[in-house]
Every structure is written in structure tokens, then in C-alpha cells.
Design a protein around this ligand. Structure first.
Ligand code: ASP
Length: 341
């Protein structure tokens, strides 16, 4: 006895073919988009905003810009060596930021701005997009590399943020390098402090700047790190956005990794780094669109600055609302770029 009529058999055959073809289409599309150029790793870095208009840059500014570009290139290569060797995005962002903290060219670690009492207070944060673990230190004055202390807070404590003396005691116990506060002093920043002394204006460094890095590693893990001396002429005890998870630093494997620079108070009020991630997670926006929308808030709220961000597919966005922003990226495809404007 014939179980199916010929008509029915034809129908089932057609259904099966449609199913097989749809499955094939889904898989090949996925593979194609990966093969088409998803880099196996990406690292982006920033060295803060630039307050000088391109057409107004003096020869002294231009000389400095060259130095920034060289330092950012070196920083990118340090992080890249880690990613290329199969290292983690966390190790890459930490090493990149540490290298920039050691350079007097930036407002982080050595070269940090002075508060209005004439000493340096440093903030830093790191976040692991895989576990959503994070660590930060704020208002520290004797830890040579705040980013290393932030990482220790993440890995060696149950907390997220340690500040001031508590953070310093912790760093000492962890065996991190402790320096005399005078280590952070540079003539450039001291002169600016003397000029602004007594005034109420809070300034973002016109050329020197906060540093940050974001990375995607070959295992698909995202990480972000930021380090800063904060705003010049800030009140002692003022903490900015950089060490506040979600404000100036954020990473989530489901969405993106972000490091910010600029008017910290605006980043904090708008939880801007997390805002970018949330737009991707809940509204399905592209990284570019989400980052641009977030940076627009700076403009609307009289703030300045920008972000560097990488999404889980290795896309990069680096929008800013300021005259310029020292920034760059490197990918596993060998592409390295650094920009000021
Ligand atoms: N965002 C930093 C702060 O407000 C400053 C900067 O990025 O220049 O502390």
C-alpha cells in the first residue's frame, strides 16, 4: 500500500529542500561575514583631546603632535605584541595604558595635571568584558602606575573601586611600585598650575591628555582601560569619570568596550560609556551610531571630549566633540593608524 500519495511525497520533498537550503544560507552568510574581514584582534588607543584648532596649530604644537603620534604608535605596538601572541585583551589594554602612564607627554601617571592645592591625584580603571569584573583606583598620589593597581583591585579584592589612602595601602601590600609624589611633576604642568592658581576655571588639558585603550582578543573577549590625572585645577578629592565604571570606562562581550576622555562630570551624569553599550544591547544600534549619539550629548550639555570604542565584531568608532583627539588603532590585518584631527 502506498503510504503517501505522489502529490504528498512531492510536497514533503519540496519542504525538505527548502529547509536544507535555508540552513545552508544561514551558515554560509555567517561564515562569509567572518571571512570577509572580521579581524581576529583589534586594539584602539587614545591620548586625550586636543584643544587647538588644526588651522591655528603653531610649529611647537605640530612638533608635539608628531611626538604624540610616535608614542601612540609605540603603545599600539606594545599591545599588539600581546594580542598577536594570543594574549588577552585585558593584558593588552593594561600594558598599553601603563606605557602611556610612564610617558610625561600625557595627563596620566607621570605628567598628570595638578589639582588646585598643587598636587597630583590620579584615577584609573580596567574592565573585563567577559566576566564584567572591573577594578578602579581614585585620588591616588603615590602609586607609580594606577592602572596596575586598578587591575589588582579587580583580581585581588571583592570590590570595584578603592580610593586615596586605602587604595595606596592596598597597592603597597600588592607589591606595586610606590613613588614620591614629586615623581609625577613635570615643568609643563607645574607652570600651568601656577598660572591657574586662584582661578575657578576647570580645564581639560589643551594638548596633553588622559589615556585609554580598548581591545578585542582572538578569543572574542573585550576589555577597556583608562588612566588620568583628571581636570586641571580640580578640587582636592574630586573624582572624574575615568575610574567610574559605566561613565568613562566600560566593557561587555555582548556589546562593546569603551574608554572616554573629556569633561568627566558630563560623562558621569550621562553614564556615557554604558550608554553606548546599552544602545547596542537594547536598541540594536551599530557601534558607530551608538557612539556618535552618546558623544552628541557632550555637545548638548556643554562638555568636551570623545570616546574610543570597539564592538564584539571588531568594528571601531572614535567620535569626539573637541578640536581634536589623539587616537589610533591597530588590527590583526596589520592596519595601523594614528590621528590628531
Ligand atoms: N575625563 C577626565 C576627567 O574628567 C579628564 C580628561 O579626559 O581629560 O577626569
Amino acid at each position: 500500500m502506498q503510504f503517501f500519495s505522489t502529490k504528498m511525497r512531492k510536497f514533503y520533498l519540496l519542504l525538505a529542500s527548502i529547509l536544507i537550503i535555508s540552513v545552508l544560507i544561514v551558515f554560509t552568510t555567517k561564515n562569509e561575514s567572518y571571512a570577509k574581514g572580521k579581524p581576529s584582534y583589534v586594539l584602539a588607543v587614545h591620548g586625550g583631546g586636543v584643544g587647538v584648532r588644526k588651522d591655528k596649530a603653531t610649529s611647537k604644537d605640530k612638533k608635539l603632535f608628531k611626538e604624540y603620534k610616535l608614542k601612540l604608535t609605540e603603545a599600539l605596538k606594545i599591545g599588539e605584541a600581546i594580542l598577536k601572541g594570543g594574549g588577552t585583551s585585558l593584558d593588552a589594554v593594561e600594558a598599553t595604558v601603563k606605557f602611556l602612564e610612564d610617558s610625561p607627554l600625557f595627563n596620566a601617571g607621570k605628567g598628570a595635571v595638578f589639582n588646585n592645592n598643587g598636587y597630583n591625584e590620579l584615577d584609573a580603571a580596567i574592565m573585563d568584558g567577559n566576566t564584567l569584573k572591573a577594578g578602579s583606583v581614585a585620588g591616588v598620589t603615590i602609586i607609580k602606575n594606577p592602572i596596575l593597581a586598578a587591575r589588582k583591585v579587580m583580581t585581588q579584592t571583592k570590590h570595584v573601586l578603592l580610593c586615596a589612602e586605602g587604595a595606596e595601602q592596598f597597592a603597597k601590600k600588592q607589591g606595586l611600585e610606590i613613588v614620591d609624589p614629586s615623581y609625577f611633576k613635570t615643568e609643563h604642568e607645574w607652570e600651568r598650575y601656577l598660572k591657574s592658581k586662584g582661578s575657578a576655571s576647570l580645564e581639560i588639558e589643551k594638548t596633553h591628555g588622559t589615556v585609554g585603550a580598548v581591545a578585542l582578543d582572538s578569543k572574542g573577549n573585550l576589555a577597556a582601560a583608562t588612566s588620568t590625572g583628571g581636570l586641571q585645577n580640580k578640587k582636592p578629592g574630586r573624582i572624574g569619570d575615568s575610574p567610574i565604571i559605566g561613565a568613562g570606562t566600560y566593557a561587555n562581550n555582548k556589546t562593546c568596550a569603551v574608554s572616554a576622555t573629556g569633561t568627566g562630570e558630563v560623562f558621569m551624569r550621562n553614564v556615557l560609556a554604558y550608554d553606548i553599550s546599552a544602545q547596542i544591547e537594547y536598541a540594536d544600534f551599530s557601534l558607530k551610531k551608538a557612539a556618535e549619539k552618546a558623544v552628541k550629548k557632550l555637545k548638548n550639555q556643554k562638555g568636551y571630549g570623545g570616546v574610543i570604542a570597539i564592538d564584539k565584531d571588531g568594528n571601531i568608532a572614535m567620535p569626539f566633540y573637541s578640536r581634536g583627539m589623539k587616537r589610533g588603532y591597530i588590527t590583526s590585518t596589520g592596519k595601523l593608524r594614528v590621528f590628531i584631527y
